[in-house]
Design a binder for this molecule. Structure first.
Ligand code: ADP
Length: 425
């Protein structure tokens, strides 16, 4: 198998977002958790997104992990690799975007790399190299107060210039609107003048396709999910990849009962749990007992044994904002959160032992804890249950194939759990 596109994402949620975007754009896509073992057998897909956690770690470590991911992807035939960054260009003058970009470009042998966080459809536009978040420049957006990567400069030519070893140029909007050939010529001119990277303007989504087509002349690009969209469209337009949007996830059923777990306390999830109570068996855990080290996990698994197979089940730790703050003030936010995440992970493991092969999980951190505990190396990304929440089929799991859905707290409509149970059938 030869991959048409490899991606290295600097955080997990960004990776999921990109993998979902590529699937929606017609590419059969796998998302891996970290750099997989060489032994991982990939199904026949067009794109792989390797999820790293490298956005805010030390630059030299981010470089080493990204290079390892790049090597893995290139060994599977990826002729083009996208280094996926946040659409708000989250980074500091120490990196990690510039150092990782420089290292991957050195490895690729490319003279220059196209860089854009633009994704107009989600309110990220770039004009004259300045990034706008909705209607305001980056340095006036809430990102100016980000705890890890405060962004005080909206001019990305300058921001990247402080991070990269080399000169950074600009492909301006007047060039971009003239199409892929005009972009190609400008890039070649910039490379000739000694620039090794270029920020690319974009204010409408359709410009991403021209950018993607030009970027595919090179082995490496840097961007957010918008660049992913451009590359996917470019690959399909050039005939390098056949549009797979009509196909669904490998439909071989995995069997076993369905279980839902909710650790999110978001308003959307609280409403979804209340709605699920009308049709499913729902167990509400006692969060205080979990934090105090009581036997809630055992109670949940005994309850599940009685209910599994009779109807869909939902086990929830979620409580209202007042109850959450009360618990946090008694035990500390991190301690409470961690204890509950670990309990949910333990419950998921117990459910698998009871034959569950289809799991729906609400909560970003909760999902992360479960995926880590079940040691899932990768997912094949399927159709969406709700915007941003695709059906996932595990790949390479020692426990056999599972179907999962991992939902960020705020995602999905009131009937999310019922919709999900239907779609993971
Ligand atoms: P979301 O996607 O909504 O942010 P997460 O799973 O990322 O959901 O975060 C929810 C956090 O709240 C987790 O750390 C979880 O363990 C914790 N949590 C879950 N239930 C409770 C509760 N009843 N009280 C306090 N914290 C809770």
């Amino acid at each position: 198998m030869t991959l048409a596109l490899g991606c290295i994402a600097d955080d997990y949620t960004g990776a999921s977002d990109l993998a979902n975007m590529l699937t929606r754009s017609g590419l059969r896509t796998v998302q891996t958790i970290g750099v997989p073992d060489d032994a991982l057998a990939l199904p026949n897909v067009d794109a792989v997104v390797v999820s790293l956690k490298s956005r805010s770690i030390e630059a030299s470590q981010a470089v080493a992990r990204s290079r390892a991911a790049d090597k893995w992807l290139r060994a599977r035939g990826a002729s083009h690799v996208l280094f996926k960054i946040c659409s708000t260009f989250d980074s500091t003058d120490a990196g990690n975007i510039g150092p990782v970009m420089d290292a991957l470009r050195d490895d690729s042998g490319d003279p220059i790399v196209l860089v854009t966080p633009a994704f107009p459809g989600t309110g990220r536009t770039v004009y004259q190299g300045n990034l706008f978040v909705g209607s305001v420049p980056l340095n006036e957006s809430p990102l100016k107060d980000h705890p890890l990567n405060p962004m005080h400069d909206s001019n990305l030519v300058r921001v990247l210039g402080r991070q990269s070893r080399d000169k950074v140029g600009l492909v301006d909007l007047a060039t971009v609107v003239r199409g892929p050939d005009a972009i190609r010529k400008r890039i070649a001119d910039l490379a000739g003048e000694g620039h090794h990277s270029a920020i690319v303007d974009a204010v409408f989504d359709h410009e991403l396709e021209a950018i993607g087509q030009a970027a595919l002349d090179y082995d490496l690009s840097v961007g957010a999910s918008g660049m992913g969209l451009g590359l996917a469209r470019g690959l399909i337009a050039s005939g390098k990849v056949k549009d797979a949007s009509a196909s669904t996830i490998d439909s071989k059923p995995v069997g076993g009962p369905v279980a839902c777990l909710a650790g999110s306390c978001s308003q959307a999830t609280l409403t979804q749990i209340a709605e699920a109570e009308k049709t499913m068996a729902v167990l509400r855990l006692d969060p205080e007992q979990i934090v105090k080290g009581g036997s809630e996990v055992q109670r949940a698994l005994a309850w599940a044994k009685d209910h599994l197979g009779k109807s869909s089940i939902l086990i929830a730790s979620s409580s209202t904002p007042d109850q959450v703050s009360a618990l946090q003030s008694r035990y500390g936010r991190d301690a409470a959160g961690h204890a509950i995440e670990q309990a949910m992970a333990e419950i998921s493991e117990g459910l698998l032992s009871q034959g569950v092969r289809r799991l729906i999980i609400a909560g970003g951190e909760t999902s992360g804890a479960v995926v880590d505990r079940l040691v899932i190396p990768a997912f094949l990304v399927g159709p969406e249950i709700a915007t941003g929440v695709p059906v996932l089929r595990t790949i390479g799991s020692k426990r056999g194939d599972m179907i999962m859905a991992l939902k960020s707290g705020n995602f999905g409509g009131p009937d999310f759990f019922n919709d999900a149970v239907r779609l993971v059938a």
